[in-house]
Design a protein around this ligand. Sequence first.
Ligand code: NAD
Length: 259
Amino acid sequence: MATLREKNVLVTGGGRGIGRAIALAFASEGCRVAITGRTQASLDAVAKEIRAKGAKALPLCCDVTRKDEVDALNREIAGEFGGIQILVNNAGMAPAAAFLEMEDRLWNQVLKVNLTGAYHCCKVFLPAMIAAKWGRIINIASTVAKVAYPYIAAYTASKHGLLGLTRALAIEMARTGVTVNAICPGYVETELTLGNAARMAEKTGKEVEEVLKLFKSATPQNRLIAPEEVADLAVMLASESTGGITGQAINVDGGAVMV
Ligand code: NAD
């Protein structure tokens, strides 16, 4: 996809997991890649991998729940790269809790990171895309943006909300050259999934391997998704040739959810 060469990308939560894979996939396409997250050391490690591919990297700490920090991030990226054309809202958290036992603090934090964080980034980075008459916003949602499972009410509500934001913004931006889409992964092999499996194992007295087997068996393909599979779709949605795809939510889940 030669058209992506020299484009500037921002990946939030780019220090590990799916975000890291997306950052590396865009680096392989010849993009300049800004990555943000909360831990400078992991951002620096991914930046090293990006540079090893011959691409420019900009690892900057930012808490996406803080609008002032996202504004500062925009200024720093503008100074180094002159702005971004592709925004990947990937930062997220997925804690589990029974609804009545869930602390209000958890509800508020999940909504703040998964939904308001993406809102802040769209608000801050969109004006330059509109001015350039070209832009791509890719929101990493979840199959849980379309269906529900027990014990993750906050996560489910936040991802349904993120899908709503995706669709609303896609329509509002339809004539600006900016597309807005969501990717809806199922269980992806990352620290987030492994951490959730470990916590579930502890609660239920099962082995972690057994829980992972359960996660796998929830999909017809009976496997976890690799972060790189999500990353490849993100690159595709950013390409010139997919300009007609907007407001969509594409599942990468081994056939688990078919809506
Ligand atoms: P992960 O926990 O490995 O990575 C999440 C990243 O987000 C981390 O780098 C973290 O630092 C960053 N982050 C969290 N809060 C932040 C904040 N306030 N500001 C900036 N960065 C912040 O998770 P992952 O598995 O790579 O998931 C990435 C995204 O994909 C999330 O939005 C998640 O909901 C979504 N997703 C994951 C799965 C899965 O099975 N792993 C499935 C569907 C969707």
